[in-house]
Design a protein around this ligand. Sequence first.
Ligand SMILES: [Zn+2]
Length: 499
Amino acid sequence: MNELKGKKVAVAGLTFESNSFAPGLTEIDQFERYLMVEGPGVLTSGLGKDEIAGATKIAHDAGIELVPTFSADGGCGATVSDAAYAILKARLLASLSKVLDQVDGVYLRLHGAMTTQSCEDVEGDVIASIRELVCPNFPIAVSTDFHAHFTDKMAKGTDLISGYQTCPHIDFYETGARAMKLMVAALTDGGKPVLTYRKLKLLASSEGHDTSDGPMREVLDRLHEMEKIPGVLDATVYCTQPWLEVEELGWTAVVVTENDPDLGRKLADELAAMMWDRRERVMYSKRDVTEVLEHIQKTPSSQRPYVLADGSDSPSAGSSGDSSYLLANLLKTPIDDEVFMTMTDAAAVLAMVKAGIGGEVSVSLGGTIAPNFFTPVAVTGKVITLCDGVYQSKYPSKMMNSGITGVLRVGKINIVLTSKPAFMLDYQLYLRVGLDVTTAKIVQVKSAGSYRAYYAPLAYECIDFASPGASDSRLPKLPFTKPRRPLWPFDRDIVDGWY
Ligand SMILES: [Zn+2]
């Protein structure tokens, strides 16, 4: 305890998950809407539950003083514009530069899957840019998402990298704590953490990444055994965000040891082999929506709610949230019971504001952002609710802003219409507009698997249905051009699974 009293570590953050198939570009306003903060607010913006909070606890226990600098979070979405990244990078580096001569290390909260128009590896670029400002041994600790696009450049920039070990992600705090433990190890006299990794020719959609059960649970169980081996400091397996047009795309196993690269390599290879051996089992197949709706129609009224996941239009995987696919199918196969669903449609929200609460509107819904995936559906309904769309999310723990948001009731279908794409990993958006998800027969979530952390405990059944969209689990259906080949599941005859 307090063995590192007098040491100081700067804290900065830049988090965003790109989806290369979502149309358009993400501009700086999205970061302004989510989070852009300088100074002490960097340490508290995660409401005590994020990676920075976990890192803070470990730093305090070790006697390290934290120096907050700059942090930005844009959530998820289309590729970030070069102009937006230029602003973010300049602010981050300017803020860090002011304190670099006073600190002994830098801790970065990153996501790991941010891309721009001209940069496939923002995190590698950020780490390399900081490395240029400091000496080769200066410790830079990094925490990332489980879905980081782990690159050679990131590994070249620092040995101190920890990623989430859960999917759905429930270890934000713990991951920050692990990254700061690596910092503590690096700052301790004689300490020399060394990172080793193995990249795989393997990709799978997010629904196959679940660590609470099945193949990835088996891998994580072994990983946690490895963490107890003397000399092992940390381990992460990266089931990369799959909807990225980047050359180095693929899963990675990472092990950090106390200066024992031979042990690290052996263990990283073992984890990589476990993942490769499970490649068939991490493939996920979804159900046909008509068959699902016909089945639900026949079930007793007491069986509720059925949680129907439209993972192909998941805003938390970067999709645009404007899919009308379920709505179109509900109109074809009506359910004589309460349905809750969400859709991003700024024009429809404006029409609802004009009509006011209680007013009737006729609108075309969906396909406003991604017409390449979705077709508008014409409906007439009554405006039930209107609000500012600001609410506190539990997963992730932060304030959200979906822009002006309202509920349009079409028969028994309650459509939550947001002006901006909204994460659906928990039910806080439904609560914000007065909808209790336990009362509905069907609750739609737009999430590629991670919704289960909050929804599975209250659902009668969770069902993932097949649909089009920028985060379609059927990866070969999407127009990938950049990932190096061969790559599973595009190429099924790969003999050697790793690089
Ligand atoms: Zn993730």
